[in-house]
Ligand binder design. Sequence first.
Ligand code: DGY
Length: 321
Amino acid sequence: MAKPYVFITMQIPKEIVALLEDVAHVGMWEADTPCPRDKLLEEAAKADALFTMVVDRIDQEVLKRGQNLKIVANMAVGYDNIDVETAKHLGIMVSNTPDVLTEATADLTFALLMATARRVVEASQAVYEGRWQSWSPMFMAGQDVYGKTLGIVGMGRIGEAVARRARGFDMDILYHNRKPKTEAEEKLGATYCSFEDLLQKADFIVALTPLTDQTRHLFGRREFELMKKTAIFINVSRGPVVDEEALYHALKEKQIWAAGLDVFHQEPVPTDHPLLTLPNVVPLPHIGSASISARMAMARLAAENIVLALTGKKPKTLISE
Ligand code: DGY
């Protein structure tokens, strides 16, 4: 029987490609930039499996091209880039890479939270630009992290890992989900509260909710108005959960104190984006899970899911089948 064909939409390490080569012919977009749309469509038409990234839009058009497509394996925990409903309808499996990136993403969330609170990037820039003229009482003074109240919106695996870190900083932990999670409350000492209460009480509001129709623009003008003037907003989920214009306004008018953003509506965020003109914004280029070991584990898991699907077995981390 002819070997199946797998297309990988961005360059990944050779050792992961080798795993796939054991069972399939492998094609790859050999660059660190997204596979052009026409190439993706052309490859989808030939592929038995697609190894995809968050930057690939796997919509109806792509899925319908995939006459032989058995699985779309996304190298990410999030899968808002994939039309899962259509895939299901067409009998195409979709998998993601949960768990293996949880701790790395929680580390980055906490790093961003601390960098934003203590103005780490702004202070470092001051050193480079010769604006460090002397130690002085209030120079680059920021907000405390220790003992403050953390509000987690979206208490999934990553939320829980962030909460564990927060306990080490003696923080009070509030969270909001669609439903309370009693295990998390017992394990982490976290308290469930309404979205509005969380916005009003938390010193740090961390967005970790997946992007869905319900969470699009979850944080808008009204939500920023409810926050404390000293509040710090951290987004490590997806850009569109925030109305960026409302966030800009809240930061500019000092309705809230600062924001740490790992994700944006448009990625890469244009360098002339208004949010990038504000000193109280710490922007990062969507690196939540970007530790070497987490990224390798994500790539390996995506590849394993493909190998399992192509050898008639059940992939480990299916979103839909
Ligand atoms: C994810 O996994 O969803 C991240 O956003 C990409 O690492």
